[in-house]
Write a protein that binds this ligand. Structure first.
Ligand code: NAD
Length: 259
């Protein structure tokens, strides 16, 4: 198929931020590929956007499968204009008892999976001389994150990879940026709360916006970075965090009376 409509490839597009991003791009006339290990859910959701959305089974840790998925999506839509490197997982454990298996599991998906997709998309985009890539970082990229060592490390590495890719590729037409969300109401958060591994109350108190983000608020920032409105934005990590990063976390207590 060849088309005037642009095409975006979203990893982990079946749920949460990925799905909100798929809806955002589709609503603005883009052709959307959602690639996810949860293929049944991805297919059901894509059915509601017949002819505009393609669901592909993909485990981003499988480098060969990643290359095949990009070839397949690009053949289907006739072009590739944007990649949203969104698939991500979390494993909670205190550092002293964190298993190497869990360390590897998180880095495999969040960092190595993102690298596989960045390279696969980058090769296509560099050959055509255009494209935009948005990687999902996190507020955990710049802070210590107790109980979440592999996650924080993976997101710090994503921020770093974003900058190097931008420096290498921007002159060749491919802009690379990252979005660093605060806490967002998705399964990643609600399941951890339900299982007693996360308490969002202090997080909300610590966030100037005093609430969690809706996935659509992250999706709109991602969309902006893929449009001509962001034509001079590359190598940037955009915090979409309700002011979290700006606040150093010590509340202001006004003095009772000035002398
Ligand atoms: P989510 O758990 O709701 O969705 C993640 C999606 O990724 C799921 O559809 C899942 O099936 C898919 N996935 C997991 N492993 C995969 C793999 N190996 N291959 C392909 N797909 C895979 O999570 P979310 O909250 O929407 O998070 C999306 C991204 O945003 C992640 O990178 C996450 O780290 C980041 N993020 C989330 C938050 C938050 O508060 N929710 C905050 C900061 C950053």
């Amino acid at each position: 198929m060849t088309s005037d409509a642009k095409a975006v490839f979203i990893t982990g597009g079946a749920n949460g931020i990925g799905w909100a991003t798929a809806e955002t791009f589709a609503a603005r006339g883009w052709h959307v590929t959602i690639a996810d290990v949860e293929i049944a859910r991805a297919r059901t959701r894509a059915e509601g956007f017949a002819g505009k959305m393609l669901a592909l089974p993909l485990d981003v840790t499988d480098r060969v499968a990643v290359d095949q998925a990009f070839a397949s999506a690009t053949a289907h839509w006739g072009r590739l204009d944007a990649l949203i490197n969104n698939a991500g997982i979390q494993r909670h454990a205190p550092l002293e008892s964190l298993t190497f298996e869990n360390w590897n599991a998180v880095l495999d998906v969040n960092l190595h999976g993102a690298l596989h997709c960045l390279q696969a998309a980058g090769r296509i985009m560099l050959a055509q001389g255009s494209g935009a890539i948005v990687n999902l970082a996190s507020i955990a990229a710049t802070r210590g994150a107790p109980g979440r060592a592999p996650y924080a490390v993976s997101k710090a590495a994503i921020a770093s990879l974003t900058k190097t890719a931008a420096v290498e590729w921007t002159a060749r037409g491919v802009r690379v940026n990252a979005v660093a969300p605060g806490y967002v109401e998705t399964d990643l958060v609600t399941v951890a709360v339900a299982e007693g591994r996360l308490n969002t109350v202090p997080m909300i108190e610590r966030t100037p916006a005093r609430r969690l983000a809706d996935p659509s608020e992250i999706a709109r920032a991602i969309y902006f970075l893929c449009t001509e409105d962001a034509s001079y934005v590359s190598g940037h990590v955009l915090h979409v965090d309700g002011g979290f990063e700006a606040d150093y976390g010590v509340p202001f207590f006004p003095p009772k009376a000035l002398p």
